[in-house]
Ligand binder design. Structure first.
Ligand SMILES: [Zn+2]
Length: 282
């Protein structure tokens, strides 16, 4: 099992005048409903007993960490950067690894702090409602916001640690970045001389089955799933949504733009993620 991406939004509405009038009427109604929607979701959050949260890069953009596929995303602006995140290229190309270490060294992650959105999710844990926080993010901002580490399920790993591709030796990223600063352009493993990589799941790399299983179980056992800041186009993480829906949970999507799964949700909140989360969690 490895990462896959499915793209494409639903087709635009028809252009026939009559159809357009109907579409406008529906849009007006939705607009009216949308105004009260955060209050409605807040009521759902209040009565929910087992909440599972799925987060993607969108929750961290207000902390100054750019996302990948949004309008200002790393891969949208520079498609070549996606090569760095592809395992076979990383392992076979020393020049690419040298560039990757420089990117890591100067990444905005090191100065980023949790924002109001991260803090709102901590309040769910404090209220005893949070059964798992599944995240596609690799920045550990959820843990830094105050979550118990064992509630955070990192489906794509963490960039705050390195792992040796040969022997599995795992260390703090800061330790290895200090070696880069000291002049090692592509620091090898100190145990075996193997290639070091951030402890993240690259494209072409197998996911950790236990971690994915835990994410799916938490989605199947919740009564409310909040999918936040994810385009819901990267699998298997995106499967949390249909799994929760099939198990009878309410599904709420909170994002800055439309997602691939809006049609499955009971409510879709579009806007500033940190503002919206602050409004829907007491
Ligand atoms: Zn090693």
């Amino acid at each position: 099992m490895s990462l896959t991406v499915r793209g494409g939004n639903r087709a635009a509405a028809g252009t026939h005048a009559r159809e357009a009038a109907i579409v406008n009427a529906v849009a007006d109604q939705r607009h009216t409903e949308q105004k009260d929607l955060p209050a409605q979701v807040r009521r759902w959050v209040r009565v929910a007993e087992r909440i599972t949260v799925l987060t993607g890069a969108g929750i961290s953009t207000d902390s100054g960490i750019p996302d990948f596929r949004g309008p200002s995303g790393v891969w949208t602006k520079n498609p070549g950067a996606e090569r760095t995140a592809t395992l076979q290229h990383y392992l076979s190309d020393p020049e690419l690894r040298i560039a990757a270490w420089q990117t890591r060294l100067h990444h905005p992650m090191w100065s980023a702090e949790p924002n109001a959105g991260h803090q709102a999710l901590v309040r769910l844990e404090e209220a005893g409602k949070l059964q798992a926080l599944v995240t596609q993010n690799i920045d550990e901002l959820h843990q830094r916001a105050g979550h118990a580490a064992d509630l955070v399920v990192e489906v794509h790993g963490t960039a705050r640690w390195t792992r040796c591709w040969s022997c599995g030796d795992r260390r703090q990223m800061s330790e290895t970045l200090a070696r880069v600063t000291a002049g090692e352009q592509d620091p090898p493993c100190e145990q075996c001389g193997g290639i070091l990589k951030s402890d993240t799941i690259s494209f072409g790399q197998d996911l950790v089955p236990d971690v994915i299983e835990r994410a799916m179980r938490a989605s199947a056992e919740c009564d409310l799933l909040l999918a936040i800041g994810s385009t819901l186009s990267v699998y298997p993480a995106a499967n949390c949504v249909p799994v929760a829906k099939a198990a009878g949970a309410l599904v709420v999507i909170v994002n800055g733009e439309a997602t691939a799964m809006d049609q499955l949700a009971d409510a879709v909140l579009v806007g500033s993620i940190s503002d919206l989360l602050d409004r829907i969690v007491d």
